[in-house]
Ligand binder design. Structure first.
Ligand code: NAI
Ligand code: A1CAB
Length: 274
């Protein structure tokens, strides 16, 4: 990316913006090519410490140099954040990472139809993110290539061709790291209950998730087959899976993801109007 004259602006400089900025800098983009609007002084100080970037406390004419604007604010403040930015970025391509907020809202706030909506996740912080992207019809092949270049610095990506699918993606991979951390907490607690130290239990749990995920990614077998290979007849895994089935873990999981998908839709309805 070092030979690319692209200038990228970030509106909001928190967790997700930092994950993407980190990826861009790792790939050779310079801080002079990046403008960040971040009103919260403590977060601005962190951007300076981590990346040497001096964030703007408010939107201004400097945004006009950006060919891409990344929207990394909470859904609740998107419309308010858009108002002072709009006049400076009418020529830019816009990429939103906000949960729930739909492209028709974003397009009307920003006066453009060149909008890509996306859903990344926090493993982007370590280059292992999974992002889904949805392009509005006005988004060109060059626009898509630019977005792929930027998001590609944070991990894997895929395009979906129905905007509503991004709410499903939010429930699956957007919120998904939290489900994994929840399981890590539960497995660690259980291990401690069986006499292991918290450090031992946590190391075992984290390495098991990482190892099983790598095995699934490398294998042509389904998750079901991989699970069956662990499950010896009359053995320990069978006892555990039987207990999980009796406790209704799978239907509870389906319900949890449906709640997340529903909440994404509500965020779009609630905060997409103004
Ligand atoms: N954290 C996560 O796992 C994921 C978050 N997202 C989405 O990313 C977006 C940002 O989330 P995070 O980075 O986690 O939140 P965050 O709170 O870390 O970052 C948002 C930043 O926006 C700043 N901000 C507030 N008002 C502003 C304004 N008017 N103009 C410019 N900046 C303003 C805040 O000071 C804050 O630093 C949200 O819309 C969320 O739905 C998407 C995928 C995963
Ligand atoms: O919890 C949220 O609303 C955001 C979107 C996906 C992950 N975090």
């Amino acid at each position: 990316m070092s030979h690319n004259p692209t200038h990228i602006a970030f509106i909001g400089g928190g967790n997700m913006a930092s994950a993407i900025i980190g990826g861009l800098i790792r790939q050779g983009m310079t801080t002079a090519q990046i403008t960040v609007v971040e009103p919260f002084a403590e977060t601005a100080a962190k951007l300076h410490k981590d990346f040497g970037i001096t964030a703007l406390p408010a939107a201004g004419p400097a945004l006009a140099q950006a060919s891409l604007v990344v929207w990394a604010v909470k859904p609740q403040v998107f419309s308010e954040a858009a108002t002072p930015v709009k006049a400076h970025t009418l020529q830019a391509l816009h990429l939103s990472v906000a949960a729930g907020i739909r492209t028709d809202s974003i397009g009307s706030w920003l006066g453009t139809e060149r909008v890509v909506r996306s859903m990344p996740n926090t493993p982007a912080l370590v280059g292992q993110g999974m992002t889904a992207l949805y392009p509005c019809p006005a988004v060109t092949a060059d626009d898509k290539a630019l977005v792929e270049k930027v998001i590609g610095t944070t991990g894997q990506f895929l395009w979906v061709n129905q905007e509503s699918h991004l709410d499903a993606v939010t429930a699956l991979s957007g919120s998904g790291p939290a489900y994994v951390f929840f399981f890590l907490e539960a497995m660690t607690e259980a291990g401690v209950g069986m006499g292991l130290t918290a450090e031992q239990a946590y190391q075992l749990a984290v390495a098991t998730f990482a190892g099983a995920s790598s095995l699934a990614a490398a294998s042509s077998e389904s998750a079901e087959v991989l699970r069956q290979r662990v499950t010896s007849k009359g053995g320990t895994t069978y006892a555990a899976i039987t207990a999980m089935e009796a406790a209704g873990v799978k239907p509870a999981f389906v319900k949890a993801m449906q709640a997340a998908e529903q909440r994404a839709r509500e965020l779009g309805d609630e905060f997409g109007k103004a």
